[in-house]
Structure formats: structure tokens, C-alpha cells
Design a protein around this ligand. Structure first.
Ligand code: NAD
Length: 294
């Protein structure tokens, strides 16, 4: 199948490579030429704009940073809406605000373009392996059409979650749980450090119990080693929690813990740690106490 793909960053590049491996022809666009060149070297074809990609392909995928980028690429000048035809499918795999997904979907609907939101969890390693977890909102018949040949070529699972925006609501729930888990882990390891019990032994002792988690396994060793190479950046998590808080306020869901962890991430950002891995939440506690976890 001929597919369009717009947004060739950390995630987009390996996702394109997996679509190429699956035998698809992929026409790509990104404002960063080096990102285009990287996937063209692997067999993708370069488009000249989002409009050009849309004019060439009946199914278009976007993997962009946040809501304003997706809005601009879909509805803006030289955007997808200028090149799209009635019956086209738009799969937005970016993590954006669910209410913005619905707004963009309504604009697409006017042109007869069907949009689904399909954000992912798993990060770069799973994007490379083609084992992302994909959460989908929109028309279920469209989901069924793209699931096997497209989504499951980039992911190990693709779960239909409900109407348009439900994919991004699911992703926000994921990001709330991950952020709160990391903060809880940092807080608990600092308690141990201040009580003069080795945090490495604490981790070893509790990893197999009820407190054990994927977050603990992945982020605990990073905190002990003071290794904050991303992974998933503090600034990207601030973006997701901004969308989570905004959405929660609009739908009337109280999220006091999310608000507290957001302020901790904002403190790290203000302290020049925005590009660190989100496990740098440990540094927040280290600054407060003057004590090192690792
Ligand atoms: P990234 O910043 O590495 O890549 C985004 C790409 O979009 C860049 O290449 C940029 O040049 C391009 N872009 C921006 N504006 C554009 C425009 N107007 N036209 C064309 N291209 C444009 O981001 P990423 O890490 O690949 O993340 C993409 C999305 O996936 C984000 O919403 C992110 O939250 C989500 N996500 C990321 C991870 C991760 O670990 N990095 C994991 C899960 C989900």
C-alpha cells in the first residue's frame, strides 16, 4: 500500500522503517531535512509538503510533537487538508489533547476524510522493534481497516478505546500513572536514603512485591546510577501533563496528584533539567534534602 508519513523524529523514523520492511511504499515529509534524508536512505520517497504527501497517498499517518503541530500540518497552509480527497484516512499517532483531536477530526469530516487518533506507548526502543502499544479512538470500521496491515506493522498491540479522542485520553491516563509512579519511587528511595538504609537494597527487597512495577524496574537503576540520559524527557512529560490537566479540568475530573507532580517537573525544567529523562524527578528530592539517592 502507498502510505504518507509526516513527522520523522525519534519515533517517526523507526515507525517508517517498519512500514517499509512490511512492504509498504512510504511518502514522507518533515520540516527537518536531515530526518527526511535518513528515511529516504532506507527506501522512503520524499514529498515536498504535507499537502504533497496527502495528494499522493490515500492513507496518511502523522507523528508530530503536540496539538498545535498537528493542527498546522492538517488544517494549515500547504497542509494535508489541501491535498486530501474524499474517502482518505488520517491516522494521527501523535500524543495530543483529546479535545483537539476531536476539533481536527471535525475539520477532516467536512472534506470527507476519516480521522482516527492512535497514540503510542513504548518509546524509541519499541518503535524500533515494532512492538509499540497503540491506543485508538475514532470510527471502529476505519480502525478495523488499518489495524492488521498498518498499525500492527508498528506495534505489538492496537486496542480500540472508543470515539475520536479516546486514544489520546487513554494515553493521558498512561502518562499520569507513569509520572506519579516515578515520583513515588523517588520519594520512597529518598526516605530510605535519609534513614540510612541503602536504596539499592530497598529496590532489591521490594521489586518482587506489590510495589514492584515496570517503572521501578526501568527507572530505579537510573536513579541509583544518576543516569538521566533520555528515554523520555522531562519537557515531553510536562507537555503530556499539561494536556492531562487541561482535559481533566474540562471534563470535571479532579487530579490533585497530577497537579503536584506537574509542579515538580516544572521545577526541574526551571532548573535546566528539561532535556533529562523523567526519572530526574529524583533530583527534585535531592535538591530538597541535599542528600543523594544513588
Ligand atoms: P520528535 O520531536 O523527535 O519528532 C517530531 C518531528 O516532527 C520532528 O522531526 C519535527 O521536525 C517534526 N515536525 C514538527 N513540526 C512539523 C511540521 N509542521 N511539519 C512537518 N514536520 C514537523 O518527537 P518524538 O519523540 O518522535 O514524538 C512524537 C510524538 O510521539 C509526540 O507526541 C510524543 O509525545 C509521542 N511519543 C514519544 C515517545 C518518545 O519516547 N519519544 C514515546 C511515546 C509517544
Amino acid at each position: 500500500m502507498k502510505l504518507g508519513f509526516i513527522g520523522l523524529g525519534i519515533m517517526g523514523k523507526p515507525m517508517v522503517r517498519n512500514l517499509l520492511k512490511a512492504g509498504h511504499e512510504v511518502v514522507v515529509f518533515d520540516i527537518m531535512q536531515e530526518n527526511v534524508a535518513a528515511v529516504v536512505a532506507d527506501g522512503a520517497k520524499a514529498g515536498t509538503s504535507a499537502k504533497d504527501v496527502a495528494a499522493q497517498c490515500r492513507t496518511i499517518i502523522t507523528m508530530l510533537p503536540n496539538s498545535p503541530h498537528v493542527k498546522a500540518v492538517v488544517c494549515g497552509e500547504n497542509g494535508i487538508s489541501e491535498g486530501a480527497e474524499e474517502g482518505d484516512i488520517l491516522i494521527d499517532m501523535s500524543s495530543i489533547a483529546p479535545l483537539v483531536s476531536q476539533e481536527i477530526g471535525a475539520e477532516c469530516e467536512k472534506l470527507g476524510v476519516k480521522m482516527i487518533d492512535a497514540p503510542v506507548s513504548g518509546g524509541e526502543p519499541k518503535a524500533i522493534d515494532g512492538t509499540l502499544s497503540i491506543m485508538v479512538g475514532g470510527d471502529e470500521a476505519v480502525f478495523d481497516r488499518v489495524k492488521e496491515d498498518i498499525l500492527l506493522k508498528m506495534g505489538a498491540s492496537a486496542v480500540y478505546c472508543g470515539g475520536l479522542g479516546a486514544g489520546n485520553t487513554t494515553k493521558l491516563s498512561n502518562q499520569v500513572i507513569v509520572a506519579l509512579n516515578i515520583a513515588a519511587l523517588a520519594e520512597a528511595l529518598m526516605l530510605a536514603a535519609k534513614a540510612k538504609v541503602d536504596p539499592a537494597l530497598v529496590l532489591q527487597a521490594i521489586q518482587g512485591g506489590l510495589a514492584g512495577s515496570t517503572v521501578m524496574n526501568a527507572k530505579g537503576p537510573m536513579m541509583l546510577a544518576h543516569n538521566y540520559i533520555p528515554g523520555f524527557k522531562v519537557d515531553l512529560h510536562i507537555k503530556d501533563l499539561t494536556n492531562a490537566l487541561e482535559t481533566a479540568h474540562k471534563v470535571g475530573a479532579p487530579v490533585p496528584l497530577t497537579a503536584a507532580v506537574m509542579e515538580m517537573l516544572q521545577t526541574l525544567h526551571a532548573d535546566g533539567c528539561g532535556q533529562d529523562d523523567h526519572s530526574a524527578l529524583a533530583k527534585f528530592y535531592e535538591k530538597l534534602t541535599g542528600t543523594q539517592i544513588g
